[in-house]
Design a protein around this ligand. Structure first.
Ligand code: CA
Length: 487
């Protein structure tokens, strides 16, 4: 029903704003992709979060479109990032899980043969800049952001060491930098702003890829942001919330600069997260490894590492003055795989000549009807046995690798994935299984070229950890009262 209502609103918008689409066609927009790290569905204000203050993102959402059913392409960091950049399911490029550099050299990395959105946009005449986390190299000698179409890169191999506050580990292009002073997201925003100002040809369009280290551990922020929350929350909670707020302020710095340069009105901003938030810990310390994680997946089930909604459905928005009518809320299922085909269409570039899994969602932004050709497909070894998921309309299928354990949910009435309808709706389940098997077989044929690539399985839950998933988990995950899990 929400989708139908949305289409009607879009149709009305197209009648009321007939000139908007034409304006977009006349000018090539700047593109800013903002990707946050480990962020729950309710960790931003505009997505419904009750606690964390994100006024700058909320303002973009008010002037743009909230994407309520937007998915990261994987519940893990590295595969999700590879998918966003290439428009290809991460198994096609041989990235199966988080690249854990602390465990030594890793065979997984973004290979030179892959084509990224930066390369496509550079081909179309854009200046290109990456700031923030990269997490797509496995060892020395692997290609870096500069090898994938970025003119300028201010990046880290994995995380900001050893805190988001005064981080170490940044590299400017090929040069490692000493430990920096300041907050990671603000340092990234300052770098992007400096790069913007120094561009030799200010008339060229630009692409900024802003991948924050926030809200991944190791967390950190300053008193200015912690104090926003001290009245009502414990210290660790305040640090987490304050960190997201300083990240929001950094995004505001960049947006303000775009406005000051007269560029904001011709800029497409796409905001999302690489996966859901990490485990939550409460007073009873459900997972003591993560005692500083206080992200909130809100009404969604589970967190990072799961193909349930809490692992892959993330806060997201699109902002594009003159094209996206302000104040839109879109419930069309979409994913970061869609960025590549959409940006190819906007930049009038051909799709890279290879299997591309995303679809062009430009018509959604333009207020036209959009019909997805293929359901959203997820395949990732996660924290439980359901490595496969498929989102088709309101239905969501979860399956084990052998399709011997199925779960089917109707997200329109059961966003929390509590009531398995496999027995109740066998024909729907079978239809989704058939689709999932077909897509899986297609990806597997390409994945198997990379069969020597292993990934560390330390993120999979131990049997002891699995037993902790009970009602108490939901209690500490929630800041508001929601129904208990049916398990
Ligand atoms: Ca992540």
């Amino acid at each position: 029903m929400r989708v139908k209502a949305f289409v009607v609103r879009l149709a009305l918008a197209a009648m009321i704003f007939p000139m908007l689409g034409n304006a977009a066609e006349a000018r090539t927009p700047n593109v800013v992709v903002i990707l946050t790290d480990d962020m729950g569905y309710w960790d931003t204000g505009f997505s419904g979060g009750p606690v964390i203050e994100t006024p700058n993102l909320d303002k973009l959402a008010e002037r743009g479109m909230i994407l309520t059913d937007f998915y990261a392409s994987s519940p893990w960091c590295s595969p999700s990032r590879a998918a966003l950049l290439t428009g290809r399911h991460p198994y096609r490029s041989g990235i199966y899980g988080p690249i854990m550099l602390k465990h030594g050299p890793n065979l997984q990395h973004l290979r030179a043969e892959e084509v990224t959105i930066a390369q496509v946009l550079k081909e179309a005449g854009y200046d290109t800049c990456h700031v923030g986390k990269w997490h797509l190299i496995g060892q020395k000698g692997d290609p870096t952001p500069n090898d994938f179409g970025f003119d300028h890169a201010f990046w880290t191999e994995q995380d900001a060491r050893f805190s988001i506050l005064n981080p170490a580990g940044f590299i400017r292009n090929k040069t490692p930098l000493p430990r920096l002073e300041g907050l990671s997201a603000k340092l990234c925003a300052e770098e992007a702003i400096g790069w913007l100002k120094e561009r030799p040809d200010q008339d060229k369009p630009f692409f900024i890829n802003f991948w924050t280290h926030e809200a991944h551990s190791p967390h950190g922020t300053t008193d200015e942001y912690i104090n926003q929350y001290r009245k009502h929350y414990r210290e660790n909670e305040c640090v987490f919330y304050g960190m997201v707020s300083h990240m929001d302020a950094a995004i505001g710095m960049l947006v303000d600069e775009l406005e000051a340069q007269g560029q904001l009105d011709n800029t497409l901003i796409l905001f999302s997260a690489d996966n859901g938030c990490e485990f939550i810990v409460g007073d009873d310390e459900i997972d003591p490894r993560n005692d500083t994680n206080h992200g909130n997946t809100g009404p969604l089930r589970y967190w990072k590492g799961f193909n349930y909604e809490g692992g892959i459905r993330v806060p997201a928005l699109a902002f594009w003055p003159g094209v996206i009518e302000p104040g839109q809320v879109c419930s069309e299922p979409m994913s970061s795989l869609d960025y590549m085909p959409t940006l190819c269409a906007i930049a009038k570039q051909p799709l890279p000549d290879r299997n591309i899994d995303g679809e062009n969602i430009l018509s959604v932004f333009q207020g036209k009807v959009f019909e997805r050709e293929q359901a959203l497909f997820f395949w990732s070894a996660g924290r439980d046995r359901h490595h496969i998921a498929l989102r088709d309309g309101d239905y969501k299928l979860l399956a084990t690798e052998g399709f011997d354990d199925l779960e089917l949910y109707d997200l329109s009435t059961d966003i929390r994935e509590k009531r398995n309808r496999v027995v109740e709706l066998p024909e729907v389940a079978q239809r989704l299984v058939t689709q999932a098997k077909r897509i899986r077989a297609d990806i597997a044929a390409e994945r198997d070229r990379h069969s020597s690539h292993e990934w560390n399985t330390s993120f999979l839950l131990s049997p002891e950890e699995r037993t902790r998933f009970g009602k108490d988990v939901w209690r500490v995950n929630m800041h508001t009262t929601l129904p208990d899990t049916a398990e």
